[in-house]
Design a protein around this ligand. Structure first.
Ligand code: SF4
Length: 410
């Protein structure tokens, strides 16, 4: 009886996935033929992996007509979780053997996540005030690669993304393009919304989200049972589902992408990865998020002493704002991150497992070079006080409340 019920459940689930795929096919058939050139924005996360492998299968089996050109753009942030990065490499390698043009896009050296933080001194991003990372390490490099691609072709590119909102949201027309909501991937809404509006791409880029209506269980089923099967292409997608905690993760807010993402509430993906015996040696990476948190503390940063005059006249709205990271904090964090990477890699060598490559020697050298050159972000020069120094309070209108106690009294 239980087996029969289970079978029924499996059948239902398969049917639901097949219906979802059918809608995907319809959207591709409706919008695909009007564009000769397609691009797929691939982040290595679950939704874009499902989209990419599904489209390849649909094209291979003739259910969707192959466009004149098809290019895959993979945003390599250098901060990807290792099993996801390996799965992405395997998928990209397979695409190349199929004759698909693959572009791996990366931020230029000084804009990479760790170089920007530790070399230039910009604090790690957070949800409130400073959300620079997605644009800088994912969207801008993607935009540059697309502009380059467009130079070589006539007409528009249809950019296919893995944006997913789930069935009910689509039905209710509650299309919310933010990232990291209801299990959406970091960057996905931006790909859909920001890319087509970007100056160099305006009018030449259309976006399509063919799995917009998929629920997360469809994604798991596709990645776990369908895509890895030779009949559906034999893709290396099982690792990706496992990295998110698999089926059990359901619609959790899995902002999977960067190791220790400072914007995620919890390290869900990393926890799911290190819980697997093969990846347990990556446990030291759990130390990365606390480093980002520590760096944001006032003692590790500079602060404007008072009102800040703006170039075009007037003053900044935020007097005495907290700013960049001190050199001591940057060097200390660099040592800690290298030690964490070193601990993972010692174990990796011992166990014959893949190495972590979050910070290579070139990036480390560049960080040290920028620190030696006393590099600060714009509008800072290093003469500002440390963030936890006791200062008179300066208000927006320029009035000053002198401190009630001197530093010695405290
Ligand atoms: S995963 Fe986190 S750290 Fe990485 S780009 Fe997205 S929000 Fe930023």
């Amino acid at each position: 009886m239980i087996a029969a019920q289970h079978h029924l459940f499996e059948n239902d689930r398969r049917l639901v996935l097949e219906e979802a795929i059918e809608l995907t096919v319809q959207s591709l058939q409706a919008y695909g033929p009007t564009h000769e050139h397609w691009g797929i924005a691939y982040s290595g996360g679950k939704d874009s992996s499902a989209t990419l492998t599904l489209i390849m299968w649909l094209i291979e089996t003739g259910r969707v007509a192959k466009p004149k050109t098809l290019s895959v753009f993979y945003a390599d942030t250098r901060m990807e979780l290792l099993p996801l990065a390996i799965a992405a490499d395997l998928i990209l390698a397979k695409l190349r053997t199929m004759g698909i043009a693959v572009h791996v896009v990366r931020a230029p050296m000084d804009k990479r996540f760790l170089v920007y933080i530790l070399g230039r001194g910009v604090p790690p991003p957070n949800n409130n005030t400073l959300r620079w990372c997605t644009r800088q390490i994912k969207i801008d490099p993607m935009q540059a690669a697309l502009e380059h691609e467009l130079d070589g072709i006539d007409g528009q590119i249809l950019m296919i993304t893995g944006v997913r909102q789930g069935e009910s949201a689509v039905r209710d027309r509650r299309i919310e393009m933010s990232c990291g909501k209801d299990g959406a991937e970091c960057g996905q809404g931006w790909y859909q919304k920001v890319l087509p509006e970007a100056t160099g791409l305006r009018g030449r880029l259309a976006t399509l989200a063919p799995i917009l209506h998929w629920r997360v269980c469809h994604v798991w089923d596709w990645l776990n049972f369908y895509a890895p099967n030779a009949q559906y292409g034999g893709w290396a997608t099982r690792t990706i589902a496992a990295a998110y905690g698999g089926d059990e993760a359901e619609e959790i807010n899995a902002r999977t992408g960067c190791v220790g993402c400072p914007l995620a509430q919890k390290d869900n993906a990393l926890d799911a990865i290190v819980a697997q015996p093969d990846w347990a040696y990556l446990a030291p990476l759990k130390g990365i998020r606390p480093i980002y948190r520590h760096l944001r503390e006032p003692a590790n940063r500079l602060r404007k002493p008072g009102r800040e005059a703006l170039k075009g006249g007037g003053f900044s709205k935020n007097p005495q704002r907290m700013g960049p990271l001190t050199f001591a904090a940057r060097l200390d964090a660099l040592d800690h991150i290298l030690a964490i990477q070193g601990a993972c890699n010692e174990a990796a060598i011992r166990l014959g497992r893949p190495l972590v490559d979050m910070l290579n020697s070139e990036e480390e050298a560049r960080i040290r070079e920028l620190i030696t050159a006393k590099t600060w972000p714009e509008r800072w020069d290093g003469t500002e006080p440390i963030g936890d120094a006791v200062l008179d309070t300066v208000y927006r209108d320029g009035s000053v409340q002198p401190q009630l106690f001197s530093a010695e009294d405290l």
